[in-house]
Ligand binder design. Structure first.
Ligand SMILES: *[C@@H]1O[C@H](CO)[C@@H](O)[C@H](O)[C@H]1NC(C)=O
Ligand SMILES: *[C@@H]1O[C@H](CO)[C@@H](O)[C@H](O)[C@H]1NC(C)=O
Ligand SMILES: *[C@@H]1O[C@H](CO)[C@@H](O)[C@H](O)[C@H]1NC(C)=O
Ligand SMILES: *[C@@H]1O[C@H](CO)[C@@H](O)[C@H](O)[C@H]1NC(C)=O
Length: 294
C-alpha cells in the first residue's frame, strides 16, 4: 500500500519541477535582485512555481552599475546582452516565459523579435511603454539625481543623437507632435515598432509567441500616456486624446504582428484597476498570470 502510494505520488513531483522557466527584466532605476523589489518577486515566483527556475536578468557587474545601466546603457546593447545571457543558459534551451517590469516589458519584446532562440513562449508585460512615453511625470527607482537629469535632458532634446545614444528613456521617447522625427531618430522603439521599415523577422518572431499579455495599471502615474502599456497612443498632432491599439496604424497594418496575435486569440489586455505603476500584488499575479498562463 505504502509503495503504491509513493509511486502514485512520484509523477506529481516530477511534473511540479518540470515547469517552464521564467525570465524577468526589471525597470528603470532598479536591479535584478534587490530584495525589496525584483529579488523579492523572484523568491515568491520560485515558491509559487514549486522550484521552477526563475532568472532575473542582470545587466552590469554590480548593483550600482546595473542601476546606472538602466538609465544610461544603450537599449540595443542591453537587449543584445540579454539575448546572450538567455542563449547561453542551458536551463532555458527548451524555451521560457518572460515577465518584464516597466521598460523591461519593451526590452523583452525586443528580445522576442530579435533573438528568438531559444523561443519565448508567453510574454507578460507589466506597465510597459510599447508605444513609448511623452513626458516623465515621476521617476521610479532610487536615484533622484539621475531622474532629474534625465527629465531635463528629455525636455531639451530627446532626439539629439548623443541623447539617443546615451539615455535609455530617450530611446522610447515618442513625440506625437512630431511623428516623423520620432520615426527617423528613435534608435530603439521606432526600430522594434517597425516605424522606418517593416522588418518581417520582427513580425514573424513576435507572432510566434504563444501569448502576449499586456498589463496596464489603471492609475499609473509614471507611464504617460498609460494606454502605451496596451499599445494605445495619442491621435495625430496633439497630446491629449488617445487611440486604442486597434485604431493605431501599427495595429491596422499589422506591422509587428499584433493583429495576427489578437485575431488568433493570443493577445490579452489586462488592467489592474485603481493601481499605480507596478503595484501588482502576489495574489493578483498568482490568480491572473500564473494560474492562467504559466
Ligand atoms: C505547486 O504545487 C502545488 C501543491 O502541489 C500545486 O497545487 C500547484 O498547482 C503547483 N503549482 C504549479 C504552478 O505547478
Ligand atoms: C531585421 O531584424 C534582424 C534581427 O535583429 C536583423 O538581423 C535584420 O538585419 C533586420 N532587417 C532589416 C531589413 O532591418
Ligand atoms: C527570429 O529571428 C532570427 C533573426 O534574428 C532568426 O534567426 C530566428 O530563427 C527567428 N526565430 C524564430 C523562432 O523564428
Ligand atoms: C525623415 O526621413 C525621411 C526619409 O529619409 C525624410 O524625407 C524626412 O525629411 C525626415 N523627416 C524628419 C522630420 O526628419
Amino acid at each position: 500500500m505504502l509503495l503504491k502510494g509513493l509511486l502514485g505520488l512520484a509523477p506529481v513531483f516530477a511534473a511540479a519541477f518540470a515547469g517552464t522557466p521564467v525570465v524577468l527584466w526589471h525597470g528603470l532605476g532598479d536591479t535584478c535582485c534587490n530584495p525589496l523589489s525584483i529579488g523579492g518577486f523572484t523568491s515568491y515566483l520560485e515558491r509559487e512555481l514549486n522550484g521552477t527556475k526563475v532568472l532575473s536578468l542582470k545587466i552590469g557587474s554590480n548593483f550600482v552599475d546595473e542601476m546606472k545601466n538602466s538609465y544610461l546603457m544603450n537599449s540595443n546593447d542591453q537587449v543584445a546582452e540579454a539575448c546572450k545571457i538567455i542563449r547561453e543558459d542551458p536551463d532555458l534551451k527548451n524555451g521560457y516565459h518572460a515577465v518584464g517590469f516597466s521598460q523591461g516589458g519593451q526590452f523583452l519584446r525586443a528580445v522576442a523579435q530579435r533573438c528568438r532562440n531559444p523561443p519565448m513562449k508567453v510574454l507578460v508585460s507589466l506597465g510597459g511603454q510599447h508605444q513609448g512615453v511623452f513626458g516623465l511625470p515621476r521617476c521610479p527607482g532610487s536615484s533622484s539625481t539621475l531622474c532629474e537629469y534625465t527629465r531635463k535632458i528629455l525636455d531639451y532634446g530627446a532626439y539629439w543623437s548623443w541623447v539617443q545614444n546615451e539615455l535609455v528613456p530617450a530611446q522610447y521617447w515618442h513625440d506625437p507632435n512630431d511623428e516623423q522625427t520620432y520615426a527617423n531618430k528613435s534608435i530603439f522603439l521606432a526600430d522594434i515598432n517597425n516605424e522606418r521599415v517593416v522588418n518581417q523577422t520582427y513580425r514573424e518572431n513576435l507572432s510566434k509567441l504563444e501569448k502576449l499579455v499586456l498589463v496596464k495599471f489603471g492609475a499609473d502615474s509614471i507611464v504617460q500616456p498609460r494606454e502605451s502599456s496596451w499599445f494605445g497612443w495619442y491621435k495625430a498632432n496633439q497630446d491629449v486624446a488617445v487611440s486604442d491599439m486597434e485604431d493605431t496604424a501599427l495595429y491596422k497594418e499589422d506591422r509587428i504582428g499584433l493583429k495576427t496575435l489578437k485575431e488568433s486569440g493570443r493577445l490579452d489586455l489586462l488592467e489592474i484597476a485603481g493601481a499605480d505603476h507596478l503595484r501588482v500584488s502576489e495574489k493578483w499575479f498568482t490568480e491572473n498570470i500564473i494560474n492562467r498562463y504559466f
